[in-house]
Design a protein around this ligand. Structure first.
Ligand code: ADP
Ligand code: MG
Length: 241
């Protein structure tokens, strides 16, 4: 909440894997308190961008500024306390811990005292309507509930920006629409910004005030959902595969 006005600015961000440019001089920015979509065909480099932002990978080149702070070079454990939280495309939960314990661990890892962490965990479990399953082991939850648990864990870190890597993947249409409502409420009520990656373009369009499009590591377009939908380079990227 201290950082709720910081934009994220990515400049000339580059990362290669054995000669393949997964991210190639990418430039884009995410204004605070709004939803920015990040779309592109499979293999475009979207998840790699998130992995660079949260120091799962080290960038070869470029910069990633979150407000005044340069993220490049920071160790992963320094990122969440800045107010930047993320979910993973492939769920990463503690399957043998309860829902409550999973969220508590996230709050503690973000630097909250045990007392504050416990209160935050309870609040964010309620925010994602997981109260009834708070004492259940995470691994036993249905898939959609596990995806919500990941978001609950993000919120317990009190972020100003959440990076969501395919939060609706594997959800049915009802769960997806429910999730969209919930995410919109979070941005409106709390001013939390989202960088939203998803395959479901309707879902991304519905939530986002601006959209960044990647293809083969490069940012090929950015703008409003309406402008993106009509952009020839975007149409080409989707059809040309
Ligand atoms: P997206 O999320 O847009 O589908 P990714 O960022 O996952 O794309 O991948 C971009 C490219 O980088 C792909 O060609 C992928 O195979 C490659 N890649 C991603 N992560 C790794 C890795 N850890 N090692 C090697 N190649 C990777
Ligand atoms: Mg991905």
């Amino acid at each position: 909440p201290v950082h709720a006005t910081q934009p994220l600015t990515v400049s000339r961000l580059t990362k290669s894997f054995a000669g393949l440019k997964a991210v190639d001089h990418a430039d884009f920015s995410v204004p605070p308190g709004t939803v920015t979509g990040l779309i592109g065909p499979n293999g475009a480099g979207k998840s790699t961008v998130v992995n660079l932002l949260t120091a799962q990978f080290l960038a070869d080149e470029g910069s990633m500024r979150f407000g005044e702070t340069e993220l490049k070079g920071l160790p992963a454990h320094r990122i969440a306390p800045l107010g930047l939280a993320r979910t993973f495309q492939n769920l990463r939960l503690f399957g043998t811990l309860t829902v409550y314990e999973n969220v508590l661990v996230a709050a503690l890892a973000a630097g909250h005292s045990p007392h504050a962490a416990s209160a935050l965990a309870l609040r964010e479990i309620a925010a994602l309507e997981l109260g009834e399953v708070a004492d259940m082991v995470a691994g036993s939850l249905p898939y959609g509930a596990r995806k919500r648990l990941e978001i609950s864990r993000c919120l317990a870190q009190e972020p100003s920006l959440i990076l969501l890597d395919e939060p609706a993947a594997g959800m049915n249409p009802d769960e997806t629409s429910d999730l969209a409502d919930r995410l919109l409420r979070l941005t409106e009520e709390r001013g939390i910004g989202l960088l939203l990656i998803d395959h479901d373009l309707e879902f991304v369009n519905r939530l986002s005030s601006s959209i960044v499009v990647m293809n083969r590591g490069k940012v090929i377009a950015s703008g409003t959902p309406e402008a993106i939908r009509r952009d020839p380079a975007v149409i080409e990227a989707y059809i040309g595969r």
